[in-house]
Design a protein around this ligand. Structure first.
Ligand SMILES: [Zn+2]
Length: 426
């Protein structure tokens, strides 16, 4: 317990110091940490030793940033096949997490104590920088039962890092009751979960739930959902880009100019279909190196998302470059017959703009067939909504894709509690 407390303090202090540095200094830290991790992986992890040997290289061949792209990109499937070969032989395992497995593949990730505390620390920093007071505030997580704190930690009795949890699979009334009881200062959850609560509060004019801060993560946040949450709770919502494999990798500040990359804990690259880095403003696949992943090094790992980098700093003065936007899972881009694809970022606001839509899920079953499942707001007629969706989709797809709209009672969440708004099964 003491070792954990000391390591936590050390990690948080390092992270808070780093956020006061200059971008150039962060880049130096990034480069140094990358080199150390690479050497460690080569020496102690059979999976990486083989990977390097397969392309006839060793860590000494990586001399500058450009050389990094010589290292083959790794995938979830490769890690799954590698099993314990992907784990460092010389590090004590302290924790194991499973990825949420949106695409069906669940991967076990292993952490040393420091790895895990850095991972948590990246979330903490994003919240602290956006106004969370760890010595005072109650933070309430909204998610699946596994993220709900199991009893109180000793420090919470001293009003430090107080946490509560809310299960998204519970009926909405139960969630509202808990919120009324806990009166959290801050919320952290999926946009879809917080949106449902916001809608209920708006419809039933519930008073007394007034968190000062709201953070969302893990799903695409569309402008309508952001506006709804902001107006119901009278907050300035902060969105974060997170993954089990990389912790909290990037986050917004109150300027909302993009997402601050945590350049001291993760090296993010954005590449095209051929693995070449894309320029600023261009969409690329996200490839990450978790610079604090010693037990199971995550190096040049393809996360399965698209994002748009900027290589530009934020006007808030914090160091590091911004990501312009997170575009969603690569799998969930709608595929067209001419090999083009359409981002969920384009489709989601269109459905959201149709009056009467409460929740929805769009599923592309075939290249020329889409089904949109809609949970409607009570006061709207089915025909109104179906007509609205068809009209909007005609504008983007013309007659190339048939759209079938179905009104349903609810849309089931994934095991993680996430709601996937767009699923392409092609
Ligand atoms: Zn900023």
């Amino acid at each position: 317990m003491i070792k954990k407390a000391i390591t936590t303090l050390k990690v948080l202090q390092t992270l808070q110091n780093n956020i006061r540095l200059k971008t150039l200094e962060l880049q130096r830290i990034q480069k140094k940490k990358f080199k150390i991790l690479l050497n460690h992986a080569y020496q102690n992890v059979p999976f990486y030793r083989r990977l390097f040997e397969s392309v006839g290289m060793s860590p000494e061949d990586i001399k500058n940033y450009e050389d990094i792209s010589k290292i083959p990109i790794t995938t979830k499937l490769q890690f799954q096949k590698a099993e314990e070969e992907a784990i460092a032989r010389n590090i004590d395992i302290w924790a194991e997490h499973k990825t949420s497995g949106s695409t069906g593949i669940r991967l076990s990730l292993f952490f040393s104590m420091e790895d895990a505390l850095y991972n948590r620390g990246t979330y903490e920093r994003a919240r602290i920088e956006n106004g969370l007071r760890i010595l005072q505030d109650v933070l309430l997580y909204i998610g699946n039962p596994s993220i709900i704190p199991n009893g109180k930690k000793w420090y919470e009795h001293f009003r430090v890092r107080r946490k509560e949890g809310l299960n998204v699979f519970e009926p909405l009334e139960v969630q509202i009751k808990k919120l009324e009881k806990v009166k959290p200062d801050a919320l952290w959850g999926y946009p879809s979960g917080i949106k449902l609560i916001a809608t209920a509060i708006e419809e039933k004019t519930i008073k007394g739930i007034s968190p000062r801060l709201i953070f969302t993560a893990s799903e695409l946040l569309d402008p309508q959902t952001r506006n709804l949450i902001n107006s119901v709770f009278n907050v300035d919502l902060i969105d974060a880009y997170v993954a089990e494999e990389g912790g909290c990798m990037a986050w917004e500040c109150s300027k909302h100019e993009g997402y601050h990359m945590n350049m001291d804990t993760v090296l993010m690259e954005f590449v095209d279909e051929n693995g070449n880095r894309v320029g600023a403003g261009r969409k690329g696949k996200v490839v990450i190196t978790n610079l604090q992943s010693y037990a199971m090094p995550i190096i040049r790992y393809e996360l399965g998302d698209y994002a748009i980098p900027t290589y530009r700093e934020c006007s808030c003065g914090r160091p590091g470059y911004l990501i312009k936007s997170i575009e969603g899972r690569c799998d969930d881009f709608i595929k067209l017959s001419d090999n083009k694809s359409i981002s969920p970022r384009v489709v989601v606001p269109i459905i959201e703009s149709v009056p009467g839509v409460s929740e929805f899920q769009l599923v592309q079953e075939k290249v020329d067939e889409i089904v949109v499942y809609i949970v409607k707001k009570k006061e709207y007629r089915d025909t109104q909504i179906i007509g609205g969706i068809n009209k909007e989709f005609k504008k983007i797809f013309g007659n190339h894709i048939s759209v079938d709209t179905k009104i349903v009672e609810n849309i089931s969440r994934e095991r993680s509690g996430k709601l996937r708004s767009v699923i392409s099964r092609i």
